[in-house]
Design a protein around this ligand. Structure first.
Ligand code: GDP
Length: 298
């Protein structure tokens, strides 16, 4: 998921750790290379700049350059800073607020981002790992095929879907899902909203109306991790208009450069809760900043 970045950074840090003594200039040179590597991974410029500045401040003190293993100290500082940029002052990774049944989870995002697939993956996870009873409903009134797709997924993973009733509005479907979830004793109901190829007013208004109708406990934005900084821009827009509680980054199994993962929290203030790592229904992982930082540093 971060192969290129990881390779670049390990080149820089290998050199640094092999050097016995380190001057402040050595650290500065290494950090310049770190900055270039981050930008090449499609991390947004202000995030890369702040990151390097924070590391520099911590790494140029006497304690580091005069220590016995200065290179390793710098690597440790970079690790901690990576963790910080990925996590912010985050609570538990991947935790969803799904107490008080039935808890509505609103799934939003552009068409093709992996929203329906992720709805299925998450429903399966909540069922298998958390022992929750989940109901899924597709609100995509524009694409009957999308409604069908969710129904088929539901059968595959053994999760109930709301029966399809043609002619309803998205809000009507959402209200019916809520009613069925309440009557049927479900813990969670997931609303898979319609996506568009790009953000438009009609889409946003519809999602806002659904949000107001069910008052979701979680509003998860699904974005394509391969799109790098664009993914972060999409998240800012959705958050500004709808208010999101977290992000799921999909296609992190692809050879994307990973920048979206690194910029998301710092730019939007919203946590990445899960990453999608393939098309299969179990290809979903919780986003754990500590482990990811370790993975980036190899
Ligand atoms: P939606 O239009 O946002 O609902 O997108 P879909 O859920 O239909 O997904 C679009 C395509 O992306 C499908 O072929 C999915 O199998 C694929 N997809 C979704 N998530 C992932 C992922 O994490 N990794 C990979 N490689 N493919 C994914």
């Amino acid at each position: 998921m971060f192969e290129n970045l990881s390779e670049r950074l390990s080149g820089v840090f290998d050199r640094l750790t092999k050097q016995g003594a380190l001057s402040e200039d050595d650290v500065k040179t290494a950090l310049r290379e770190v900055r270039v590597a981050l930008l090449e991974a499609d991390v947004s410029l202000p995030v890369a700049r702040d990151f390097v500045k924070a590391v520099q401040e911590k790494a140029t003190g006497q304690a580091v350059t005069k220590s016995v293993t200065p290179g390793q100290q710098v690597v440790k500082i970079v690790h901690d800073e990576l963790k910080h940029v990925l996590q912010g002052d985050n609570e538990e990774p991947g935790e969803l607020k799904i107490d008080n049944p039935p808890a509505p989870i609103l799934m939003v995002g552009l068409q093709g981002s992996g929203k329906t697939t992720t709805t299925g993956k998450l429903a399966k996870r909540l069922t298998d790992k958390n022992g929750k009873r989940v109901l899924m409903a597709s609100l995509d009134i524009y694409r009957p095929a999308a409604m069908q797709q969710l129904a088929v997924l539901g059968q595959q993973i053994g999760v109930d879907t709301l029966p399809i009733v043609p002619g309803e509005t998205a809000v009507q479907i959402a209200k019916r899902a809520k009613q069925q979830a309440t009557l049927g004793g479900y813990d969670v109901y997931m609303l898979d909203t319609a996506g568009r190829l790009q953000i438009d007013e009609v889409l946003m208004k519809e999602v806002e109306d659904v949000r107001d109708a069910v008052n979701p406990r979680e509003t998860l934005l699904v974005v394509d991790g391969l799109t790098g900084q664009v993914a972060v821009e999409v998240a800012e827009e959705f958050d500004g208009k709808i208010g999101i509680s977290g992000v799921v980054l999909t296609r992190m199994d692809g050879d994307g450069r990973g920048g979206a993962a690194l910029s998301m929290r710092a730019v939007t203030g919203k946590p990445i809760k899960f990453v999608g790592l393939g098309e299969k229904m179990d290809a979903l992982e919780t986003f754990e900043p500590d482990r990811i930082a370790g993975r980036i540093l190899g």
